[in-house]
Design a protein around this ligand. Sequence first.
Ligand code: EPZ
Length: 430
Amino acid sequence: MEQYIIKGGNPLVGEVEIGGAKNAALGILAAAIMTDDTVRIDNLPDVQDINVLLEAIGEIGVRVDRISRTSVLINGSGIGSISVDYEYIKKIRASYYLLGALLGKYKKAEVPLPGGCNIGSRPIDLHLKGFKALGAKTRISNGAIIAEADHLRGNHIYLDTVSVGATINIMMAASMAEGRTIIENSAKEPHVVDVANFLNSMGANIKGAGTDVIRIRGVEKLHATEYSIIPDQIEAGTYMFAAAATRGDVIVKNVIPKHLEATTAKLVEIGCQVEEFDDAVRVVATGRLNNTNVKTLPYPGYPTDMQPQIGVALALAEGTSIVTESIFENRFKYVDELIRMGADVKVEGNTAVIYGTEKLTGARVSAPDLRAGAALVIAGLAAEGITIVDDIVYIQRGYEYFEEKLRSLGAEIERVSSEKEIKKFKLRVG
Ligand code: EPZ
């Protein structure tokens, strides 16, 4: 199994380019199959989740032509099956976006029920509630959800919980339903807006994305488009916290500063200087960070996908901080690993009380999930000594060229897969 090996202590300094937003790209790739025309998508992140979803749509008959590592042509005219293979949903939950896309286009879809994952149970009851409201019948058989409808008709749908996935999935199905759909209490994340803008560029009629009421007028057909995906705010925020934790000076390029407001506000609160440019932010941290309190909330609140990253930074801050995770029930699994590096944290339910310590020391840790894995790399970059992070396959699902980008900022980090390579790294860094 591949691992990252890190020698901590170097402040990160320099510039890093951010790739396309993974969580926008997953919805957009699913929506792209809803037309029989060819769609061009640019600024795709080169990450595992995207490559797996491209395989999944290829498997049902979609023509996928990779123009480059970040651009692809998609043509959904040859779809021969509306049933997605379990293999894919096992690898990425977001294959469930094919439910909304196939149901919208063919009024029928069969997608294996996604399991939970390491951060919580992650039900999809709201997705199914939306499909049923549009007139679909849904049933679970042999581990797959089957959704079908003679006609899809617009409806007024209220989401009990703010859900990114349910908002995107229902928006796709409703964009080809007859009549008007209103989604109340919809998610407002930038990636929800990006999927709505993409669908509108294909001829859909969606208004209000980015607010908590989305109004959709269904259309008969969708057509060709060319679309470039927004930058990944979570990848950007991860490098911003890496700069903070290592007392560095990093310019994070190709971002939309507005999407980073909650992250920027917290970095300033803990003592960083943050300078905003049109499409870049600069994070400078000189001394020890200050403590603060943070609660994760749906956008524009502080993102749950940035919770482990601030948790690591606060483990090194002066004073005590409280982190409350209000979105997922199991998103503190990185804390046990952090404690092995010398952090002093107490988790009670969905709250972590973090007593800042002067330093962390390198250790062998394991990535419990995507964002926690990235946060443990940040901990290794800030720690004294050598850290080895196992199970980095999680990290590669959502971060393109992670070690290369960190190395370009002065980090001593390598991807290794044998004791021999570990020894070689240790000899080299001394
Ligand atoms: C998306 O997951 C993201 N994944 C997650 O990012 C992100 O953490 C999450 O949104 C919140 O921002 C993708 O976009 C592929 P939700 P999603 O539906 O859509 C509950 C990453 O690191 N809920 O907004 O699954 C749910 O249990 C990943 O990139 C229901 O109860 O999240 C959770 O408590 C991790 N019923 C809350 O809503 C439902 O039908 C928010 O979940 C759906 C969700």
